[in-house]
Design a protein around this ligand. Structure first.
Ligand code: CA
Length: 499
């Protein structure tokens, strides 16, 4: 027995030494904006009018996740979780940031980019930021060595409409209420830059990504690159040539409605741009050592052309269509299995500790991470969230759209105290309320999400004043949990003691 112990000890020590000499992996995080659940070809229920062969090939050479969840059904709060490993509600970040508002995600949270940067990585974000614009909130202050893109929540796609930097002065505009937000010139680092006319945003961002990978490969440092595409977020704008090509390729399967056709062409463009990134990884000898994760920051918005079928709901909802997103992970050399589809629940809360483990980044003492390192579950295709609840809550205009998923069950309320229960393993579209058959589970799950609300903080900021979110919050005595959970808990105070 003792001999066995020593042998195991030596083997383990040796294997650690070998690992220490191994190159750390690059991470390429590709985050789409408002991408519908059916709007990539690799998902099992993909829409027929979508054509994404390059993404499909990557996904099929890796593992596809059909139950991946973000923490909030719209942009800023969802991205906050990816960067911090916290629910946005715990940071007062339940709302989007308005342009030039002066607000941002609290600097008391160290972003994963900063931790990875400190572990010796070359780090970059290209595209949409939406996590704060002032110097202390800027990507370059949050651990990114390189930033190319825009600080707001969206962008016009055609460069003809981008403001010339020589005639652009942010101080001319009213904080939190800037109509030209989506027309701002692109930024490189801290500088607004001029762009040629006739360019398309997704192409421009990909060009920057290719250059980043090329530069990174000339160095011994591994890299962390967040490709934060704004596609297919509004405005729904595609290159006419992409629309024509897509129609030729798809024939009768091409979308007929103009908005949907344009949206599908935006994704066709994304797809061939991903191919350009992959080609650069290969040309730079980085492909084998790069873990690629692809997902959306929240559900699609059908009025803007998206398709979330077979899910119920859309961006902004606590139904699955708001927060269950298409996702794959590709890294054969790292052990990610090829050609697999997993339906286990996965949460972006787990990105922070998982990325930290893969990169050797240190999680600071005292830093709260609400998820865990799930790399073994990813590689072994085991359940990373077994018996662990996943919460979703959107607070608006007097109600809390609220959901909790535990294993295959989903509890949902519109915020009026009427709770519905769905068995997602049989009813992914949330159509058949089985709450009367599972009364005990309803109470347990309701209790879990109620207790989770104790970790929430009052919003540190609201979106643009024009939306009147703050006014509504005050008028409706939000968060108004009594209305959501009923009076049984006698809990009308907003904040419970936070341990
Ligand atoms: Ca979004």
């Amino acid at each position: 027995m003792r001999l066995l112990f020593i042998t195991l000890f030596l083997t383990s020590t040796l294997s650690q030494c070998t690992h220490a000499k191994e190159r750390k992996p690059n991470i390429l995080l590709i985050l789409m904006d408002d991408l519908g659940y059916a709007d990539v070809g690799f998902m099992p229920d993909a829409a027929k009018d979508i054509y994404t062969p390059n993404l499909d090939q990557l996904a099929q050479e890796g593992t596809i996740f059909t139950s991946a969840h973000v923490t909030h059904p719209f942009c800023g709060p969802s991205r906050t979780s990816i960067m911090t490993g916290r629910m946005p509600h715990a940071l007062g970040a339940q709302y989007n940031l308005a342009a030039f508002s002066g607000n941002g995600i609290t600097t008391s949270e160290k972003f994963i980019s900063k931790a990875i940067d400190e572990a010796g990585y070359y780090t970059g974000i290209i595209g949409k930021w939406h996590l704060g614009e002032e110097e202390q909130f800027h990507p370059l202050s949050r651990g990114f060595d390189y930033f190319y893109g825009f600080l707001g929540g969206g962008h016009e796609y055609f460069s003809n409409t981008w403001i010339d930097p020589t005639s652009f002065n942010p101080s001319d505009y009213e904080a939190g209420n800037y109509p030209g937000n989506y027309n701002r010139p692109m930024m490189n680092g801290n500088e607004y830059i001029a762009s040629d006319k006739g360019l398309y945003c997704t192409d421009v961002l990909t060009d920057a990504g290719i250059e980043f990978i090329d530069n990174a490969s000339k160095d011994d440092q591994p890299f962390f690159l967040w490709m934060s595409y704004n596609a297919p977020h509004t405005p729904v704008q595609a290159m006419p040539s992409d629309i024509e090509e897509l129609q030729k390729i798809l024939g009768n399967n091409a979308a007929t409605k103009n908005k949907r056709l344009t949206y599908t062409a935006m994704m066709y463009n994304v797809d061939y741009n991903i191919k350009r990134l992959i080609d650069q990884l290969k040309n730079s000898n980085q492909y084998d050592d790069t873990m690629i994760i692809f997902l959306s920051d929240n559900g699609g918005k059908p009025p803007a052309g998206a398709n979330n079928k077979p899910l119920r709901g859309r961006k902004g909802d606590a139904y699955e269509g708001g927060h269950r997103v298409p996702m794959f992970i590709h890294w054969p050399k790292g052990g990610v299995q090829e050609g697999k589809i997993t339906s286990y629940n996965f949460s972006t809360l787990d990105f922070y500790p998982t990325f930290a483990a893969l990169t050797g980044a240190k999680i600071d003492d005292g830093k709260i991470t609400e998820g865990i390192n799930v790399w073994n579950d990813i590689v072994n295709l085991t359940d990373p969230r077994k018996d662990k609840p996943l919460f979703i809550m959107r607070q608006m205009n007097g109600i809390n759209r609220t959901g909790v998923i535990k294993n295959n069950l989903k509890l949902y309320t519109w915020g009026n105290g009427d709770w519905q229960l769905y068995d997602l393993s049989k009813d992914i579209g949330e159509t058949n309320d089985v709450s009367s058959k599972f009364k005990k589970e309803v109470e347990t799950m309701k209790r879990s999400i109620y207790e989770w609300t104790w970790t929430q903080k009052k919003p540190a900021f609201f979106d643009s004043p024009s939306y009147k979110f703050e006014e509504n919050w005050n008028k409706n005595n939000m968060p108004n949990f009594g209305k959501t959970f009923g009076q049984m808990y006698n809990h009308e105070d907003y904040i419970s003691p936070i341990k």
